[in-house]
Design a binder for this molecule. Sequence first.
Ligand SMILES: O=C(O)CCC(=O)C(=O)O
Ligand SMILES: [Fe+2]
Length: 280
Amino acid sequence: MAISVIDYRSPTAAADFAASLHETGFGVLINHPIPEPLVRSIFERWLDFFQNGNKEGLGFSSERFDGYFSTAVSETAKGETVKDFKEFYHVYPWGRVPEHLRAEAMDYYAQASALAAELLSWVELYTPPDISPFYSQPLSSMIEGSQQTLLRVLHYPPLTGDEPEGSVRAAAHGDINLLTVLPAANAPGLQVLAKDGTWMDVPCDFGMLIINIGDMLQEASRGYYPSTIHRVVNPTESKFNVSRVSLPLFLHPKGDVVLSERYTAKSYLAERLQELGMKK
Ligand SMILES: O=C(O)CCC(=O)C(=O)O
Ligand SMILES: [Fe+2]
């Protein structure tokens, strides 16, 4: 299982991309419209916020789920017992964002959401005719007017060697949402679980854009588009002192969207957040 690197400008991009998502749950785009300088600037300025900013003053709201999540409240992947070694900030257009970072974050949010919507339309176009009837409504209309799409700015702090036994940057997990759009981070570490049970590095040259299917789209497509398990491994000792910053955008449908006989988007999210230890 190799993850295809696809040129967004190629005439066969949509078909190739949908095929890659079907086969591996992942696809990697080059020559995409997200500007590199914007991503680079967000990485730099948010790293400064994590290292020097007034984070505690923006502590997350347990109701609204926006704001800063420290390493102490960080999530525990489903089936794991040790919390991931990471801190992060949840950005929503209606939520709290440090004032000096807001305009840039909103610019990125808008551009990444627009691209995610286009990629979802590719996914829809290449859904086989025996699968599309399972969609309770067109995929593109599932996200129309959604307030739930989440931009998460993640900081994996440098390691000291004193981390809790078994703690990793991000333990193996599947994403909860429809599609995730993730610019290659400033350091390697992202791996996917191949069908043969081995872990494979995801191509991560700076400038690449990694897209993966989340559990909600897997549920809605009855598994045609798989939500592939992935993780972020700790660096080797020579790179212990390097921070890693990453910037996933989780495309979410409106809460009342029916995913399957079993779930609406809202009931699914509530169940998953509970499993992650993020909601009671
Ligand atoms: O940091 C990364 O590269 C991936 C993060 C991730 O998988 C997540 O937050 O769901
Ligand atoms: Fe993830």
